[in-house]
Ligand binder design. Structure first.
Ligand code: ADP
Ligand code: ZN
Ligand code: ZN
Length: 675
């Protein structure tokens, strides 16, 4: 029998989860000891017995064989929530390619206790700014027929143990949240617990408030602005069974519930579910895996499901439900108009507001109704370029244009480099430097000029950076303290403002130029969600999409609010290009200060991968990353496409093994991205 070694963590909830110790597994325990098992091991100089968790099993000794101690025993009946999270961490490491340490840091809450009561956490987040009392006594809602059908199916499946995940495709305002809450009631009454994922908690505080109003102290909340201690406290309440519902962003997945019965994922399509750090996981995939592991149900919902999820529903892997009507009394979908901005310019209107939008804004102001105006942030912050030589002022460390702030300073959004706005062009000395593109500040100024007397609020990174910034602005707008709310796409995500009857997308299409195969999908989602903000009360709403490419299918389908039409055309494009979800894709990024070495290494990887897997693999690149240089670090990417995800996982391991053995690679960094 081969000798096997177990890597053991002694105290998993300690800050230093990186202290992993290796033990030999005695032969008679080899069958039983698995990842996540709790074992007894001799520890320290006195060889005192300590309990620990197995996080990895290998056949390689990490150091001198003679000095490795032996596992003393297996703790029976020790399948705790923590051991399941350990297993999940291990799965994430394998799947996404990170170190076990990174995976553990992601999946296991850190112990650093401070006193923080739940109510304070929930309330401080929402602030007692707005309608707190109101939220507590919302009248009972009776589900309508379309909602009831989903809930009935769920209860039947749940009780039978049928666990095919659900995808609820429900138009904005169709009552998905009410559906989730009724499902949750059912699961709680069976004695199980629930995780509710929302994309970004600061932007969805209304949802949290509704949950709090319905479930009170049974919920706990996880969000990015909690301190480590507060996070730990929230997890601890879940572990001890004091709370049964965890609501939060993707890290809420790692809540140590004893009996998880349901994971709900609201706004399934949102980009925030994709983690940027290692392991670069997608919360949908992890949630699906976790639900399977735990025998829990998994329910996703969105007005604009991701192409990935929808194609799985079409393939029968998810059960699809549609909610086609708005649930609120008298509420109907907004009518949507496209304005061709090329025509505006031709006819002499150089303003960023089309004539149609101006007319509608004036109309709403007269009627004392509210307006939301958004720009698509991606690529649309204002940069400065020279009208004489045409060069843009870039960051010397990163390959991006500097952004103009307050008309005074230029700042790099990647590294923070900042300089005062120069008086003359640094390249040719000309005085004709001009800002291009329009930021939210500029729009605010122009709106105030054009619509004199209108009360204007702005929400962007500048105005929301202090704690509670989002909530304060949204609350003020909800209370009717402003007529026009201006912002980036963050203002059109998920909020429910009954007073808003007009939504304008000023440069709705710029995200179509993003260097990413998902850009049409993102643009479509954004525009449909934006239109979904108008007319949520009793008065009908209008959405105006200003664009330079009105004929694009993403824009057309968004204006028609026709998901199916979008999906069909988008899938055609993905099929043609072999992009996900038709094929799976692995993006490999190599980065380093040494430009030549970076290029050389990624070329070597490409050749090696092609030699070993070439026959079954489509390889693109290496190409420079969309932003090639950041902070003086050069980045190159290699894309690999394959129908079979498992082959990509094998390729990733193959690359990593060789990477670890190569001396030169120590000067570089590697990152994997499954798409
Ligand atoms: P979604 O999550 O699909 O956007 P919500 O659950 O937020 O939809 O519902 C939109 C609005 O309709 C909310 O104000 C909600 O209170 C209301 N609503 C939902 N279901 C019903 C119902 N069955 N009867 C009356 N109003 C409802
Ligand atoms: Zn110049
Ligand atoms: Zn920079």
């Amino acid at each position: 029998m081969t000798v096997k070694y177990a890597s053991v963590i002694i105290d998993i909830s300690h800050e230093s989860v990186d202290r992993i110790f290796q033990y030999r597994i005695p032969e008679d325990l080899q069958e039983e000891v698995k990842i996540g098992s709790q074992v007894c091991v001799p520890f320290g100089s006195g060889n005192r017995r300590r309990k620990g968790y197995v996080v990895e099993i290998t056949e390689k000794a990490a150091f001198d064989e003679a000095r490795i101690k032996e596992v003393a025993g297996l703790v029976k009946g020790s399948v705790t929530a923590d051991s399941r999270l350990l297993k999940l961490a291990w799965w994430m490491k394998e799947r996404y390619g990170s170190t076990m340490h990174q995976a553990l840091k992601t999946a296991l809450p850190v112990k650093r206790r401070v006193k923080a009561r739940n109510q304070q956490v929930v309330k401080s987040m929402i602030g007692d700014l707005w309608s707190w009392k109101e939220a507590e006594k919302k009248p009972d809602i009776f589900l309508n027929e379309q909602q009831q059908q989903v809930v009935d199916a769920f209860c039947r499946d749940y009780d039978k143990g049928e666990r095919t995940p659900y995808l609820i495709h429900g138009i904005t305002g169709s009552g998905k949240t009410e559906v989730y809450m009724t499902m949750i009631d059912h699961v709680l009454s069976s004695g199980c617990q629930v995780i509710v994922l929302i994309p970004e908690i600061a932007l969805t505080f209304q949802t949290v408030m509704r949950f709090y109003a319905r479930f009170g102290e049974r919920i706990c909340v996880m969000h990015s602005r909690l301190s480590d201690g507060e996070r730990y406290d929230q997890f601890d309440r879940a572990r001890r069974g004091e709370a049964q519902i965890m609501i939060g962003a993707r890290s809420a997945l790692f809540t140590p519930f004893e009996r998880l019965g349901l994971i709900v994922m609201d706004e399934e399509h949102e980009g925030a579910y994709r983690s940027e750090g290692a392991p670069r996981y997608h919360a949908r995939e992890v949630a699906e895996h976790l639900a399977r592991m735990e025998g829990a149900h998994f329910v996703m919902g969105s007005a604009t499901p991701s192409v990935e999820a929808y194609s799985k529903a079409e393939a029968g892997l998810y059960r699809l439900f549609s909610l086609k009507l708005r649930a609120g009394k008298g509420s109907a979908l907004a009518s949507t108009e496209i304005v061709d901005m090329r025509g505006e310019l031709r006819e002499g209107n150089k303003s960023i507001f089309s004539r149609r939008l101006q007319e509608l804004i004036k109309d709403r102001l007269e009627k004392k109704e509210q307006v939301m105006l958004f720009i698509n942030r991606r690529g649309y912050s204002s940069f400065v370029s020279c009208r004489s030589c045409g060069k843009a002022i870039k960051c010397p460390h990163c390959d991006v244009s500097l952004t103009l702030h307050n008309n005074r300073r230029l700042t790099c959004h990647y590294c923070g480099y900042t300089i005062p706005l120069p008086g003359t062009c640094p390249f040719c000395g000309s005085e004709y430097l001009a800002g291009f593109g329009v930021g939210t500040q500029k729009i605010e100024e122009m709106a105030k000029q054009m619509f004199a007397g209108a009360r204007v609020l702005r929400m962007d990174l500048d105005t929301t950076s202090r704690k509670g910034g989002h909530e304060a602005i949204l609350a003020a707008f909800a209370k009717g303290e402003a007529d026009i709310l201006i912002g980036t796409q963050m203002i059109v995500k998920g909020h429910d403002f009954p007073g808003v009857t007009l939504v304008g997308g000023l440069a709705a299409d710029v995200s179509l130029y993003a260097p990413d195969y998902r850009c049409a999908e993102r643009t479509f989602q954004l525009l449909v969600q934006a239109a979904g903000r108008a007319g949520r009360g009793m008065r009908p709403g209008t959405a105006v999409i200003q664009t330079y490419i009105p004929e694009h299918y993403g824009i057309q389908a968004a204006a028609a609010q026709d998901y199916q039409a979008f999906y069909r055309q988008e899938m055609g494009y993905r099929r043609l290009m072999h992009y996900p979800p038709v094929n799976h894709m692995l993006g490999l990024q190599v980065s380093g200060r040494d430009e030549e070495l970076t290029s050389h290494m990624i070329d070597l990887i490409r050749d090696s991968v092609v030699r070993h897997f070439g026959a079954c693999l489509e390889v693109i690149g290496p190409v420079p990353a969309p932003v090639y240089k950041v902070n003086d670090i050069y980045r190159k990417i290699l894309y690999m496409k394959q129908e079979n995800y498992d082959i990509l996982i094998r390729i990733r391991k193959y690359i990593q093994d060789r990477w670890d053995e190569t001396e030169d690679c120590k000067k570089l960094a590697v990152q994997y991205d499954f798409g």
